[in-house]
Design a protein around this ligand. Structure first.
Ligand SMILES: Cc1cc2nc3c(=O)[nH]c(=O)nc-3n(C[C@H](O)[C@H](O)[C@H](O)COP(=O)(O)OP(=O)(O)OC[C@H]3O[C@@H](n4cnc5c(N)ncnc54)[C@H](O)[C@@H]3O)c2cc1C
Length: 507
């Protein structure tokens, strides 16, 4: 398995759970790519319903229910309000959401319903009131994307898979024209090694073309990367329980404002981009679009200095042969493409459907590799951290059943209860846990994906970096030079998430 995002991690779990021998290699950290940069929704996709893609919505709603059951510590029901400002919006979206309810069937979270003006204001006290006529409320799911990726990596390991971050696939190994393995570089030691495999799965997201071209330099491009950006603002801009969903802005885009970890995530955009980058940056017009619309729908206008973080991600959409260049119209379905050499590429899709994508690709891999077909056991497979037990400490809730272990660390060493920064909820004990149990290797791994500090408060996360580096240095027996380099690298990266920094603007 090449790639440690939602697609690769899901496939590693699926194959390992069926009893196959599996190794996964990720060139950076798990979820470093698109899988930490989503809108954080586990959803059927109301907009795909608008596009008439009923089968995609149906599959996603089914998977939404399964994911909520298998990772209840990370997936929560979230109510969304579509505010209505024109007379036709109430009946139009009301009927649309009833179809959504119907498709969800037994896996539905709660039925949608109309809200009058007072009910709309109760659900979203800060919604723009001028010309407001009412709203439609419906339920979907919300999650922490990078935390789920970490727990998936741990789940795969517990099933016997080898799962390594900071290992890059440099080349494919072939015998008689067929892929028979991969050449891997360990980016920490610089060593390279070869791994033989009966099947190689390319789950590298927007980088899928580069692996396909390692296989065949003449292979055409199949990926049409589409950038989506988000800003994160303080919770007081959207203090109620409900999120806002705008199905169609005046320029035809979908906009969400969703409460997340005591903040609000606002986005997104759909901008075709020419090249794939691990650290994409928001374009000036994307920043303006999201800021303008946040101001349009919230009665207190967020100012640039209110923005806690800005982040961009690239959708690995599959290019149809006659692509018009408009990525918003490209399918969000997943694709499995088998090259002549037997290289299997899994791409497209979305976080919500990662489990089904994995099931489909492993079915395909078994056939290609001539392995006996094993039934897929992941429909009810609990993901690491699974628990329904209430966890008191808010910052530990994302760890699910592992929260107890972190509390134990604090019991043994009470100093580990200290926070890593006054404006961040995270404790020192968590950083030890990330290094010892969650495969964190760098300051960025801790602040971007084990905690979500970078995404919630970029400036505070920069101030916390030296302390995090010192804890990691203790665990990994590293010297002060290592710490200094770690902090420098982190500050350089985090400036790209600081809305006020020129480094956060792409071109
Ligand atoms: C703005 C935006 C919002 C979204 N919102 C939602 C949402 O709310 N809900 C939802 O369900 N979905 C959402 N999605 C879709 C979802 O995030 C993606 O479909 C999913 O994360 C893609 O995962 P992936 O594993 O295919 O790609 P990635 O997460 O990008 O993983 C690919 C990995 O491959 C690694 N890699 C590349 N080359 C190599 C190599 N040579 N060797 C080793 N490793 C390599 C990369 O480092 C990367 O980590 C959103 C996407 C975007 C962009």
């Amino acid at each position: 398995m090449i790639g440690g995002g939602a697609s690769g991690l899901g496939a590693a779990i699926d194959a390992a759970a069926r009893g196959h021998r599996v190794a996964l290699f990720e060139q950076a950290d798990f979820a470093k790519g698109t899988s930490s940069r989503s809108t954080k929704l586990v959803h059927g996709g109301v907009r795909y319903l608008q596009q008439g893609n009923v089968s995609l919505v149906l599959e996603a709603l089914r998977e939404r229910g399964r994911l909520a059951a298998n990772a209840p510590h990370l997936v929560h029901a979230q109510s969304f309000v579509i505010p209505n400002y024109a007379w036709w919006e109430g009946p139009f979206y009301g009927i649309g959401m009833k179809v959504y309810d119907r498709l969800a069937g037994k896996l539905g979270l709660a039925p949608s319903r109309h809200l009058n003006i007072d009910e709309t204001l109760e659900a979203i006290p800060t919604i723009e009131q001028a010309k407001l006529l009412g709203g439609v409320i419906y339920q979907d799911g919300q999650f922490d994307d990078a935390r789920l990726a970490i727990n998936l990596a741990q789940t795969a390991e517990s099933l016997g898979a080898i799962v390594l971050n900071y290992t890059r696939c440099r080349n494919l190994v072939k015998e008689k024209g067929l892929v028979s393995g991969v050449e891997i570089e360990d980016l920490e030691s610089g060593q390279t090694f070869t791994v033989r495999a009966k099947a190689v799965i390319n789950a590298t997201g927007v980088f899928a073309d580069s692996l396909r071209q390692m296989d065949n330099p003449q292979a055409g491009s199949i990926i049409a990367a589409s950038q989506g950006i988000h800003i994160v603002i303080p919770r007081h801009f959207l203090p109620g329980e409900a999120a806002i969903m705008i199905p169609k802005t005046e320029d035809g885009r979908v906009l969400f404002a969703v409460p997340w970890h005591d903040h609000v995530v606002v986005g997104t955009t759909d901008t075709p981009v020419a090249s794939a980058k691990l650290e994409p940056r928001a374009l000036r017009e994307e920043r303006e679009f999201v800021m303008t619309h946040a101001c349009k729908y919230l009665n207190h206008n967020p100012q640039p200095e209110d923005v806690c973080s800005i982040f961009a991600g690239l959708r690995p959409l599959v290019r149809p042969d006659n692509s018009s260049g408009n990525t918003a119209a490209l399918s969000r379905d997943h694709s499995i493409i088998v090259s002549q050499s037997g290289l299997i590429t899994l791409t497209g899709g979305k976080w919500t459907t990662y489990r089904k994508m994995a099931e489909d690709v492993i079915d395909q891999a078994e056939t290609l590799a001539g392995l006996e077909h094993q039934p897929c056991p992941t429909v009810n497979l609990q993901i690491r951290g699974w628990t329904h037990e209430p966890i008191k400490a808010k910052n530990l809730q994302i760890y699910g059943s592992d929260a107890r272990e972190i509390e134990n660390l604090i019991k043994i060493t009470p100093a580990l209860a200290e926070k890593i920064h006054p404006d961040l909820p995270y404790q020192k004990a968590e950083v030890f846990w990330h290094a010892q149990e969650e495969m964190a290797r760098t300051v960025e791994d801790v602040l971007a994906r084990r905690t979500r500090a970078l995404f919630l408060n970029a400036r505070a996360s920069m101030e916390a970096a030296p302390l995090v580096a010192s804890i990691l240095a203790k665990v990994f027996s590293r010297d002060s030079d290592w710490q200094k380099k770690q902090v420098e690298a982190y500050l350089d990266l985090a400036e790209g998430y600081d809305f006020l920094s020129s480094k956060s603007v792409g071109n």
